[in-house]
Design a protein around this ligand. Structure first.
Ligand SMILES: [Fe+2]
Ligand SMILES: [Fe+2]
Length: 375
C-alpha cells in the first residue's frame, strides 16, 4: 500500500511538472525574450523550443523510454539463456536452427535496447524532464535455470514463460491489398501460438539442456526456441510501428531526429527476425504446432517464408497506387495500443495493478501529445 501511495505521489508530481513546469518555463522564456530584445512571442517560443522540449515531446519520449526499458528486460532474459555469451545448450542450439548467428543477433538486439533506454532517459534529463524508471516493478520470478549463474535469482519486469504470441504480422506484411490502418485484420501464421500459453525461454535446467549441442535437439526444447524466434519478430514489428506513429506527434526537429533514428533500428531488428522466423523447424509439441512455412506446397503467398520484404499494399487511401510501407502507422491511440498488445502477449502476467496504472498513465500522456505547429 505504501508503495502504491508513493507511485501515485510520483504520478501527481510528474503531472504537475508536465502540465505546469514546462508551460511555466516556456512562458517565462517568452516573456524574458520579449523584454530583453523586443523579439516577438513567436521568436521567444522558438527559443524555448531550442532550450527545452514541449510537454508533448516529453510525454512521447517518456513513453518510449518505458517501452525501451521493457524491451531491455525481455531481451536480457533471452541473452542470458541463448545469447552468444550463454553457455552452449540445447536451447541455444535450437535457436541456431533458425540461423547460425542467432546467439550473436540476440546479444546485439539486447545491446541496442539498453542503449535506447539509456539514451532517451539521458536526453530527457538534459531537457529537465524526469527520466522513467520501472525499477519498483521489477519483482517477477523468471527462469529457474540454476546452471547459468545469476539467472534464477534475478527479478524481472516481463514474463516470457506464458506467452500467447500474435503472428498476424507475418500475413499483414505479405498482404498486397489490405492495411490495418484501413481497418483490416490478418490471420496468424502460427495459429496455435496465439491461442495457448507457451514459454519462449527454458524455465528450468531440463528445458535448457546444458552442454547438449547436437542436432536435432529435443522436440520440446526446439518448440521453445521456435516460440522465441516468432516472439522476437512480434516485439520488433511493434517497435517498428510505434516509432513510425510517434514521429508524427513530436514538435522539435531534434526529438523527431531521435524518434526516426531509433525507430530505424527497430525496423532493422524486425527485418532480421522476420527472416529468421521462417526457418523455425516444423513440429508439434502438445497443443503447439509449427507449420512448415518453407516447403509446404502449394504455399499461399500470405505464408511463403521467403517473402520477407514488405509487400506493397494500400496506404492512406485506396485511390493511390499500392506502396511498400511499414504498417500500421496511424498515430491515434498508438501508445495504449502498444500496452494492450504487450499485455495480450502475456508479457506482464504476474505484474501488479500499480504497474499497469503507471504504464497506462504514461501511454495516455503520450497519446494526448500532438505536434505543435508554428503559427
Ligand atoms: Fe528499442
Ligand atoms: Fe527493439
Amino acid at each position: 500500500m505504501a508503495r502504491l501511495a508513493g507511485i501515485i505521489e510520483r504520478h501527481a508530481n510528474r503531472r504537475s511538472f508536465l502540465k505546469n513546469g514546462i508551460t511555466a518555463a516556456g512562458a517565462a522564456t517568452v516573456g524574458a525574450g520579449m523584454m530583453a530584445s523586443g523579439l516577438s512571442a513567436l521568436a521567444g517560443e522558438r527559443e524555448h523550443e531550442r532550450g527545452g522540449i514541449t510537454e508533448g515531446d516529453a510525454a512521447v519520449l517518456r513513453f518510449l523510454a518505458a517501452a525501451e526499458i521493457l524491451e531491455t528486460d525481455l531481451w536480457e532474459q533471452y541473452n542470458e539463456l541463448g545469447g552468444v555469451d550463454a553457455p552452449p545448450s540445447a536451447y541455444q542450439t535450437g535457436l541456431t536452427v533458425l540461423d547460425g548467428d542467432m546467439p550473436q543477433y540476440i546479444a546485439d538486439n539486447t545491446d541496442d535496447e539498453q542503449s535506447h533506454e539509456l539514451f532517451i532517459n539521458a536526453y530527457l534529463m538534459s531537457k529537465g524532464v524526469k527520466p522513467v524508471s520501472l525499477e519498483p516493478f521489477k519483482n517477477l520470478e523468471g527462469s529457474q535455470v540454476t546452471e547459468i549463474p545469476g539467472v534464477a535469482s534475478r527479478k524481472r519486469l516481463t514474463n516470457l514463460m506464458q506467452l500467447s504470441v500474435d503472428t498476424s504480422w507475418w500475413t499483414r506484411y505479405r498482404s498486397g491489398d489490405q492495411n490495418p490502418d484501413l481497418g483490416d485484420s490478418f490471420p496468424n501464421a502460427v495459429p496455435t501460438l496465439a491461442t495457448g500459453k507457451f514459454t519462449a525461454i527454458p524455465r528450468n535446467n531440463a528445458e535448457l539442456g546444458i552442454t547438449v549441442t547436437s542436432l536435432p535437439v529435443d522436440n520440446h526444447i526446439q518448440a521453445i526456441a521456435n516460440t522465441a524466434g516468432f516472439h522476437f519478430a512480434f516485439i520488433e514489428q511493434g517497435g517498428t510501428s510505434l516509432y513510425a506513429a510517434m514521429a508524427q506527434k513530436v514538435t522539435s526537429l531534434e526529438v523527431l531526429r531521435i524518434v526516426l533514428s531509433i525507430g530505424g533500428t527497430e525496423v532493422m531488428h524486425f527485418q532480421t527476425w522476420h527472416d529468421k522466423a521462417g526457418n523455425a523447424k516444423p513440429l508439434t509439441d502438445g497443443a503447439l504446432v509449427f507449420p512448415d512455412l518453407t516447403n509446404d506446397i502449394p504455399q499461399p503467398e500470405s505464408l511463403q517464408s521467403n517473402l520477407i520484404m514488405p509487400e506493397p499494399t494500400v496506404f492512406l487511401s485506396k485511390k493511390f497506387p499500392v506502396c511498400s510501407i511499414i504498417r500500421p502507422t496511424a498515430r491515434k491511440g498508438i501508445a495504449m495500443g502498444a500496452v494492450n498488445a504487450l499485455t495480450k502477449d502475456g508479457l506482464f502476467i504476474g505484474q501488479t495493478p500499480d504497474f499497469f496504472e503507471f504504464l497506462a498513465d504514461l501511454a495516455h500522456e503520450a497519446d494526448e501529445a500532438e505536434r505543435e505547429l508554428e503559427r
